[in-house]
Design a protein around this ligand. Sequence first.
Ligand SMILES: [Zn+2]
Length: 289
Amino acid sequence: MPTFYYPPVGQCIYCDSPTTDLGDEHIIPFALNGGMVLPKASCHQCEKIIQPYEMTVARRIFGHFRIKHNVQTRNKKQRPETMKIGTLMPNGKKGTAYVPVLDHPVMLFVYKYQLATYFQGYPPEVEINTWIPISLFNKKELDAFIEQYHWDRMIKLLAVPVEFARQIAKIAYSYVVAEIGLGNFTPMQMTLDTIMCRTTNVCHVVGGNEELPTPDPKGAHLLGITVHIKEPMRPVIIAGIRLFPAFDMPEYHVVVGHFDMNNEQHRNVFTQKVIIGTEQVAVSHATDE
Ligand SMILES: [Zn+2]
């Protein structure tokens, strides 16, 4: 898979640490087939905060999916070939069986979020986290698997909606930094707090659409930026994210920050980059393959 490199940032995009020891930031994690890289963009302290939830999301949400769809990994040897399942025979007898991982129907358990509470007019200190777990699978494949292996349909799940929201916020923010430039907009404090695990009120800035979008068979990740100009002096920057769009994945949005039109630099970038349409305007639309 090709990698796209943005120009290096030269400073940590998450904190004000003056360190020169900076790592490259995958906008969408490598483990989720991300191919866009923001070089020299995060310090080790911030990486230490972000990596644990990125790993949780890659394993807990996309673990089986990644094996089945051969999503890139740095530890190919560690990939299991069989998995243990519970079985329930027609005579009611319970048991266990080891089945090939590739035979198991892929089920993605992800989360739908409501409109970010920022848009609903709630202040950051009001914590209203609502998410609905949803499972995405192919019914034919599932039925065939149950029939063949007498699977008892039991799945052990650890819910990770907060970690997933942090991951979505991190993708959104690093993408906006890549496209608009650090210093060319004011990041939203709650977005940085969500990414850096300083708040549990993740649904203030992370939200999603109620309806699932039509699957896009091409399957490349979709990222986009829109600007809401409700207050003319403070246009708000929103990132839209669809991961693995071939698989019915929900669409998410993140309030990332705003342009301060009293700031000349912000104003210049806004004028250059933002294509004025009606109420919502697009900055760019990228595809990560
Ligand atoms: Zn940092």
